[in-house]
Design a protein. Structure first.
Ligand SMILES: [Fe+2]
Length: 206
C-alpha cells in the first residue's frame, strides 16, 4: 500500500479531503505558467525564497478546484461554520506556487477563506533518505520533510498528523478547512525543488 493510500482514511477523519488525480491540463498549466515577477512572500508564512502568485489562470482550474467543494466532507464543513444567511457560490480568490529548497520550511500557519488546498507538483526526495538524517525511535512518526496538520483528537487534545508526502503524491491534492493549522518541515537530501501550489476559496457575495 502506498503512503497516500495508507493515510487517506485518517486524513478524511479529520476533515481533510484527498483528491487522487489532478487533471493533466491543470498540472501542466501550474508547472509552466507561474511568473517569477510576482513574488508572493509578503503574504505568506513560508521561510521560502521562491513563492509566486498567479495573477490569472484559465477557467478549467477554477472548475476543477471548486468541484471539490461539493464533496460531502467539504459540504459538512460549510454547514458547520454556518456563516452565510443564504447559500452563496464559492470562488477561487488566490493561487500561488511554492518552490521550496533544502533547509527551507513553512512554519505553522492558517489560511484565509473557507477552504484551502495543496496540489503536489514535485517531491524531489525519498522519505527513506530523509529519515536517515534524524532517525526516530520509540514509535514517534518522523517529521523531517513532512506536511503536518495540527488537529484535536476526540479528547480535545492537540495532536499532529505528519503526512508522509513522497513522490507518489505528485499530481494529487489535499483540500482542507482554511483555518486548520499546518506546516511543512525542511528536507535535507535533495538539491532540487519541492513544488506545491496552494490557493484560498472564499464565498462570493455581492
Ligand atoms: Fe499553507
Amino acid at each position: 500500500m502506498t503512503n497516500w493510500e495508507e493515510q487517506k482514511e485518517h486524513l478524511i477523519n479529520f476533515g481533510i479531503l484527498p483528491v487522487d488525480n489532478v487533471p493533466k491540463n491543470v498540472l501542466d498549466y501550474l508547472k509552466n505558467n507561474y511568473d517569477t515577477n510576482n513574488p508572493h512572500n509578503a503574504h505568506l508564512a513560508g521561510q521560502i525564497k521562491k513563492e509566486y502568485e498567479f495573477k490569472t489562470w484559465p477557467r478549467y482550474i477554477d472548475d476543477f478546484i471548486l468541484k471539490q467543494t461539493l464533496e460531502p466532507l467539504m459540504q459538512k464543513h460549510t454547514k458547520n461554520i454556518n456563516v452565510m444567511s443564504s447559500d452563496k457560490p464559492y470562488y477561487l480568490k488566490s493561487l500561488w506556487i511554492n518552490l521550496q529548497k533544502k533547509y527551507e520550511f513553512n512554519p505553522m500557519h492558517t489560511h484565509s477563506g473557507v477552504f484551502s488546498f495543496i496540489i503536489f507538483l514535485q517531491i524531489p526526495y525519498k522519505l527513506e533518505d530523509e529519515d536517515k538524517v534524524f532517525p526516530k525511535s520509540s514509535g514517534e512518526s518522523p517529521a523531517t520533510s513532512r506536511l503536518t496538520f495540527i488537529v484535536n483528537d476526540f479528547m480535545g487534545t492537540a495532536k499532529d498528523i505528519n503526512v508522509n508526502v513522497d513522490k507518489d503524491y505528485e499530481g494529487r491534492m489535499l483540500m482542507f478547512p482554511a483555518g486548520m493549522n499546518h506546516l511543512v518541515y525542511p528536507f535535507y537530501t535533495s538539491d532540487d525543488y519541492r513544488i506545491t501550489v496552494s490557493g484560498n476559496i472564499l464565498f462570493w457575495a455581492e
